[in-house]
Unconditional design. Structure first.
Length: 254
């Protein structure tokens, strides 16, 4: 099934609805990841924040759909679906590939909605102009698996199961294709504050690489380094949610 045939609701999962929340936090998963990565986040955030996770096609309950053919298509589809939900202040959190997707969606928002984006969190990802194609050794199914195992995290352990690997590979191929073909097109910077976060032991992103996100906003920028590797989100979750809660408090609004 094509992504165009799905209703807008197919793109988002709100595991703990908070209709009265002041801010809606949209979370964009990593390559091969899914909305379920953010299932427990609401419990660590104040009632004033509603967590809404993006569900890319080709995984979990969207397994019957083809993965997005390219970044432009994925961004256009998410942007169209997200517009009705920008009915209050929003923030974007993107982890790894998700940071690139979130950034491009932020740029694609209709001009009148852009002031609603009050904070952008870029996690474990180089700035858009610093993104490069993968090393040839990480191409093909075997290369993808090697790359994921090198990153660590719970996803790497799951791929040790041949049956789970077979289920995951179509989405992984699609997402790694997005990473491989993505090229940043210069444009206007974001208007909201940007917080870039990276793990102390992330072997694929040094703090200096992540620092370059400072160029992508006309507002404030900060770099935060939390304990852990590429998936510090799984091991330093409490620290991360504390950071998000603090930055989404009204006192930190632009």
């Amino acid at each position: 099934m094509s992504t165009a045939a799905r209703p807008h609701a197919a793109w988002f999962r709100t595991f703990a609805p908070r209709p009265a929340a002041e801010t809606r936090l949209f979370c964009f998963p990593h390559a091969g990841g899914a909305a379920s990565a953010f299932r427990g986040w609401a419990a660590g955030l104040p009632a004033s924040v509603e967590v809404t996770a993006v569900q890319y096609p080709g995984r979990q309950d969207r397994y019957d759909e083809d993965p997005a053919p390219d970044m432009a298509t994925l961004v256009a589809d998410i942007t169209e679906a997200i517009v009705p939900l920008v009915d209050r202040p929003v923030a974007f959190f993107g982890h790894s590939m998700g940071a690139t997707v979130a950034y491009e969606v932020a740029r694609a928002l209709p001009r009148e909605l852009r002031p609603a984006l009050v904070r952008f969190f870029a996690s474990a990802r180089r700035a858009p102009d610093a993104c490069r194609p993968l090393d040839p050794g990480f191409r093909g199914d075997d290369g993808i698996v090697r790359y994921i195992r090198a990153l660590g995290g719970s996803g790497a352990a799951l791929l040790a199961d041949p049956e789970l690997l077979e289920v995951a590979l179509p989405a992984l191929r699609g997402d790694f294709g997005l990473i491989e073909t993505y090229r940043h097109v210069p444009g206007a910077p974001l208007m909201c504050p940007v917080t870039a976060v990276v793990g102390t032991d992330d072997s694929h992103n040094a703090p200096a690489d992540v620092q370059r996100w400072a160029r992508y906003t006309t507002s404030a920028f900060e770099l935060r380094v939390l304990p852990g590797g590429h998936f510090y989100t799984e091991t330093a979750t409490e620290e991360l949610l504390g950071l998000l809660a603090g930055r989404l408090a009204p006192a930190h609004r632009p």
